[in-house]
Ligand binder design. Structure first.
Ligand code: UDP
Length: 236
C-alpha cells in the first residue's frame, strides 16, 4: 500500500490518501501539544509508541467484538486504516478522578468511582472543544440518537476490555478519550488512537504517571514514561 497525496495534518498525525478510496495511511509524529495547543513540544519516539500501542489495542478490541478502523501496520510509524467520517465528538470515559474532572468539580485526583463516567466534548477547535450533552449533540445534528446510543455502549465496553487488560500489566486506566467514525455504509467504528497521548495511565503500585501528563505538567522523564508503557505492552 502506497501513500498518494496528504489529506490532512493534525497535531500528532498526518493522513494520506492511497490508491484505494476506502483506505488511508496514518503517520504518527513526535510533536506534542497540550492546553488547547498553547504548549508545544517534541516527545522523541512518541509516534512509534502511539502507533504500535494503538494498533495492538485495536486488535485486542476487535477480538472482543468491537469494530475499529484498523487494517494493517506498515512500519513503526505508519498504519493503514479504513477511511471514516469522524463523528465530531470526543468521548471521555473516567474510572478515577483526574485532570479537568478534578478541576471542574473541585475534588482531588485519585478518587475511584463506583461506576465509570462518560462525557462528550464537541470537536471544534474554534470553540475550544466545549463540553456537550447528548441533547445538544442531537440538536446540532452531530450524530443521530441511534449513533449516540451505539457510541456510549461501545465506549463502556472498550473501557471494560482495556481496564482488565492494563491491570494485568500493573497499570491503572484512569481515563481516556475515544473518537468514532462512520464507514461509507454508516457503520460506527472506533477510530483515532488509544495511546499515552489519549489515556491516563498510573502505575498500579506507585501511582506514578505513565502518560502525557508528564509533558503537560512538566514532570520530567516524558520519553521514559512512553517507553515504559511500550515495555509493559510489548516487553521490549
Ligand atoms: N484527552 C485527549 N484529548 C483531548 C482532551 C482529553 O486525549 O483533547 C484525554 C486525556 O489524555 C485524558 C482524558 O482524555 O486521558 C480526560 O482528559 P481531561 O478531560 O481530564 O482533560 P485534560 O485534563 O487532559 O485537559
Amino acid at each position: 500500500m502506497q501513500k498518494t497525496v496528504q489529506l490532512y495534518e493534525g497535531k500528532a498525525k498526518k493522513v494520506y490518501a492511497t490508491e484505494n478510496e476506502d483506505l488511508v495511511i496514518v503517520s504518527y509524529k513526535d510533536d506534542a501539544t497540550a492546553f488547547d495547543g498553547q504548549k508545544k513540544g517534541t516527545i522523541v519516539g512518541k509516534g512509534v509508541v502511539n502507533n504500535r500501542m494503538s494498533n495492538y489495542l485495536m486488535q485486542v478490541l476487535e477480538k472482543q467484538g468491537i469494530k475499529t478502523h484498523f487494517v494493517e501496520e506498515l512500519n513503526d510509524r505508519e498504519t493503514v486504516v479504513r477511511k471514516v467520517s469522524i463523528v465530531p465528538l470526543e468521548v471521555i470515559i473516567r474510572n478515577i478522578s483526574a485532570g479537568s474532572f478534578a478541576k471542574r468539580y473541585g475534588v482531588e485526583e485519585g478518587i475511584v468511582f463506583d461506576e465509570p463516567t462518560i462525557e462528550f466534548s464537541y470537536k471544534n477547535d474554534d470553540l475550544h472543544d466545549p463540553l456537550i450533552n447528548d441533547y445538544h449533540a442531537l440538536a446540532l445534528k452531530l450524530a443521530t440518537k441511534d449513533e449516540i446510543a451505539q457510541i456510549k455502549s461501545m465506549a463502556f465496553k472498550i473501557n471494560e476490555v482495556l481496564k482488565a487488560y492494563f491491570i494485568k500489566l500493573g497499570v491503572k486506566l484512569v481515563d481516556f478519550k475515544l473518537e468514532f467514525g462512520r464507514l461509507k455504509d454508516g457503520t460506527i467504528v472506533l477510530a483515532d488512537e488509544i495511546s499515552p497521548d489519549t489515556c491516563r495511565f498510573w502505575d498500579a503500585k506507585t501511582n506514578e504517571k505513565l502518560d502525557k501528563d508528564r509533558f503537560r505538567r512538566d514532570l520530567g522523564n516524558v520519553e521514559d514514561a512512553y517507553k515504559e508503557m511500550m515495555h509493559r505492552v510489548f516487553g521490549d
